[in-house]
Design a protein around this ligand. Structure first.
Ligand code: SF4
Ligand code: SF4
Length: 420
């Protein structure tokens, strides 16, 4: 079989020649507002690309590393320049530095998650200790303010095999669930919530034949070969589910979804055109079913809560927060406040690095202030790393919209609607 070739650096794909130098992107870049060392999207993106094409010595690794890859510049650009992609592609193309030990550890979420889950109580206690955090700060340059999310003693995949797989037989319709590392190693409850909702809606839930981490942390930390290998493996698994088994793929993470749909072809050159449309966020999948009249969800009469929705950067780029908020608005006892869309500053592993801590907190500050001034029970968001950052930096408690829906859902009443 012919080996698939990477083609991630197609100049016209990123449209950098279409830049009209309006500088709108610079106004919307959250890093520019807080870090004077960052040249900004226009200079790091299209302007820099012109120079780099003439002479690769114009590649300024230290400056480009400050980009969060939030894509807010792309959303703002009137000319459709894929500025974030131009910057990330330049890092992939020109960087000659090997990733640091710290970056390799933080990027290998499957390996670290597997080991840490096996010793969860010890790992959770140890990494939260102040002296250990000080050592990690000194030795690995992981900022001592950061606390890693707790690992679960039982992986989601293990729970699924033991307690859910058998019950998925006999449905007439199926989805496959791309659970991602966070659900598998840290917070299986979110995956359980998704299975509960989909089963109540008349869908069986399968897991992909082989799921690897989506690779977002590998890409941002420069482990491109490994990211590409994992992307190919994931796309093969998506093809098997979607094209062979007829089961669309849903995820509960906006970042995993965005990476699989857009970063695979744009940054890694891994084609996914045949499966991209049927790989989406679970809230969008559910909303579309309800909107087309194929599904009705019934909610508990006594459920009440007040929530504020935070739009993660990749949801802003996808344009999909409307699906999550519309679903939440269907819950009769729920009061929803929509927070102004602002970056939280964490950008996955970016905000854990000592050299980025101040920038990350500066970027997130307007959001933190909004949250502290909003009187709600929970902050709701579709991104797990936004959750970590908000919980580390504010007094807010954060939930995924799927968990809120699962809490509010009247399972029996919903099932009766399609079982009769
Ligand atoms: S991707 Fe985000 S951080 Fe990077 S240049 Fe664009 S707006 Fe700025
Ligand atoms: S917003 Fe777009 S067109 Fe305007 S300067 Fe930035 S990249 Fe160029």
């Amino acid at each position: 079989m012919k080996k698939q070739q990477n083609k991630p650096f197609n100049i016209s794909d990123n449209n950098f020649e279409q830049c009209v130098k309006c500088t709108v992107c610079t106004v919307y870049c959250p890093v520019v507002q807080v870090n004077p060392d960052y040249p900004g999207p226009k200079q790091a993106g299209p302007d820099g690309e012109r120079l780099r094409l003439k002479d690769p010595n114009f590649f300024d690794e230290e400056a480009l590393k400050l980009c969060l890859n939030c894509k807010r510049c792309e959303v703002a650009c009137p000319s459709g320049v894929k500025i974030g992609d131009v910057i990330q592609a330049a890092r992939i193309k020109y960087s000659r530095k090997r990733p640091k030990l710290r970056d390799s550890i933080m990027a290998n979420t499957d390996l670290v998650g597997t080991v840490a889950s096996a010793f969860a109580p010890i790992v959770n206690t140890t990494v939260a200790l102040k002296p250990v955090r000080q050592i990690m700060d000194k030795v690995l340059k992981i900022d001592h303010h950061r606390i890693f999310p707790k690992y679960s003693g039982e992986k989601f995949e293990t729970w699924y095999r033991k307690h859910a797989a058998a019950q998925q037989q006999g449905f007439s319709k199926y989805v496959s669930y791309f659970h991602g590392c966070y659900v598998n190693y840290n917070f299986p409850q979110l995956g359980k919530d998704l299975v509960k909702i989909m089963n109540a809606a008349g869908y069986g839930v399968d897991l992909l034949e082989k799921e690897k981490c989506c690779g977002v942390a590998l890409i941002s930390n420069g482990l491109i070969k490994q990211a590409t290998k994992q992307a190919r493996q994931n796309v093969r698994a998506l093809r098997k589910s979607i094209l062979q088994n007829g089961a669309p793929v849903v995820s509960t993470s906006s970042t995993c979804t965005f990476t699989i749909r857009d970063e695979y072809p744009h940054l890694l050159g891994v084609k996914n055109d045949d499966v991209r449309d049927q790989t989406e966020l679970a809230t969008r999948f559910l909303f579309r079913l309800i909107d087309s009249g194929e599904l009705k969800l019934v909610f508990k009469k006594d459920y009440t809560t007040r929530v504020a929705y935070h739009t993660p950067c990749h949801m802003e780029k996808l344009g999909w927060s409307i699906y999550s908020t519309s679903l939440l608005r269907m819950i009769p006892g729920l009061k929803l406040v929509q927070l102004e869309s602002q970056c939280c500053g964490i950008a996955g592993t970016y905000g854990f690095k000592k050299e980025n801590y101040e920038t990350a907190q500066g970027v997130g500050q307007p959001l933190f202030t909004q949250i502290e001034n909003t009187d709600v029970d929970y902050i709701v968001t579709d991104c797990e790393t936004c959750k970590w950052q908000i919980e580390m930096s504010t007094s807010g408690k954060v939930k995924n919209p799927i968990s809120i829906l699962a809490e509010a859902l009247d399972v029996e009443a919903t099932q009766k609607l399609w079982q009769k």
